[in-house]
Design a protein around this ligand. Structure first.
Ligand SMILES: Nc1ncnc2c1ncn2[C@@H]1O[C@H](COP(=O)(O)OP(=O)(O)OP(=O)(O)O)[C@@H](O)[C@H]1O
Ligand code: SF4
Ligand SMILES: [Mg+2]
Length: 336
């Protein structure tokens, strides 16, 4: 199929978040630049969970933070569509940006430190509702706090007296979710939301996110380095390597027909490797190049078992290899 350069969904898809050519660079030292996110584009459909997966340092969190404009990306566009209105976030400042912020909420890996330790939990959940302009009366705000706390399984009476450190990690993540959904967001960005939790608690939080998604009509951007978690929760998956997207496809396609050599490495390295890849494909070593000086051409070429001369000379464009399946590789593995 033709190479379009970007992974495009169908025209009739109801897109709530459209990220185009996102670039985030950090100046470090005297004149060095960290190329944390380089020309990343993806769309998120209303009501879906889009997973983002990749090794530590590949730019998952930076992508998420750039989407919510904290801080603003170096370049690129982030378009949010809510109730028929499309808003381009990168051009907004001050009040205009503050007004749309509630539409995009984030929850983080470390729930305890992401909640203000000095305030009682009820106040933490209420905070956003009193800061962002929403026209709610004081009583409506109290009712909303009760409702969201109950919906995440936290007794509002208990939350009225205790601070975050008095709750377990799992309970704190429930409180973070309550705080986020209280603002009636369109999109919930979850950055490694279960990575810091015991395995037994992880499933409870993932189930809760699924419930919240149905109850509040949320769209999820779900970030994790854990392929099995991403597979279980995501409708579609974005695979990132060193600040770039390698492959995008439905969860089933990514796991049953992985086309990018890096996706295949991830699947072969999983504790329970996918049957579609050979275990030997995981043998690429841990020597990840620096994002300060990424390899020319394809950024994965220094570790890629299939690399050829062209991979050094020319950056591969995103090309479509199947239904909603896109890969950035000169020599994708297709028909496997
Ligand atoms: N403020 C910053 N200044 C300089 N470099 C940064 C900054 N934030 C992130 N980076 C660098 O950008 C790259 C991407 O980092 P990021 O945190 O987005 O990765 P990640 O995929 O979320 O990793 P992890 O799985 O460990 O959370 C890394 O090399 C990181 O060191
Ligand atoms: S473009 Fe070349 S180096 Fe990059 S993933 Fe494909 S085969 Fe490997
Ligand atoms: Mg991260």
């Amino acid at each position: 199929m033709a190479g379009s350069g970007v992974a495009q969904l169908r025209d009739d898809d109801d897109i709530v978040l459209s990220v185009k050519n996102l670039v985030m660079e950090f100046k470090v030292g005297r004149d060095e630049i960290v190329h944390a996110v380089s020309d990343v584009s993806f769309d998120v459909k209303k009501g879906e969970t889009l997973g983002i997966v990749g090794e530590s340092g590949c730019g998952k969190s930076t992508t998420a933070r750039s989407v919510v404009q904290l801080p603003k990306p170096t370049s690129g566009n982030v378009m949010v569509t809510s109730e028929g209105d499309s808003i381009e976030l990168t051009g907004l400042k001050g009040d205009a940006l503050r007004k749309v912020r509630p539409k995009l909420q984030m929850i983080f890996q470390d729930p305890i430190s992401s909640l203000n330790p000095r305030r009682i939990v009820r106040e933490v959940v209420k905070e956003g509702l009193t800061i962002w302009p929403n026209g709610m009366s004081a009583q409506k705000i109290e009712d909303r706090v009760d409702e969201v706390l109950e919906s995440v399984g936290i007794d509002p009476e208990i939350a009225a007296n205790r601070r975050a450190h008095e709750f377990s990690g799992g309970q704190c993540q429930r409180i973070s979710i309550a705080r986020a959904v209280a603002l009636d967001p369109e999109i919930l960005i979850c950055d490694e939301p279960v990575s810091a939790l015991d395995v037994s608690v992880q499933a409870q939080i993932l189930n809760l996110l699924e419930e919240m998604k149905d109850k509040y009509g949320l769209t999820l951007l779900f970030i994790s380095h854990d392929l099995s978690v991403v597979r279980n929760v995501s409708d579609r998956v974005v695979v990132m390597y060193l600040g770039k997207i390698c492959e995008i496809g439905s969860s089933d396609t990514i796991y049953s027909l992985p086309a990018h050599p890096y996706t295949r490495v991830l699947l072969a390295s999983a504790p329970e490797p996918a049957s579609t890849v050979d275990a030997t494909e995981s043998a690429i070593g841990d020597d990840i190049p620096s994002p300060i000086n990424p390899p020319t051409g394809c950024r994965f070429r220094t570790r890629c078992p299939s690399a050829q001369t062209l991979c050094e000379e020319k950056e591969p464009e995103m090309q479509q290899v199947g239904d909603d399946h896109f890969v950035a590789c000169h020599f994708p593995v297709v028909n496997n």
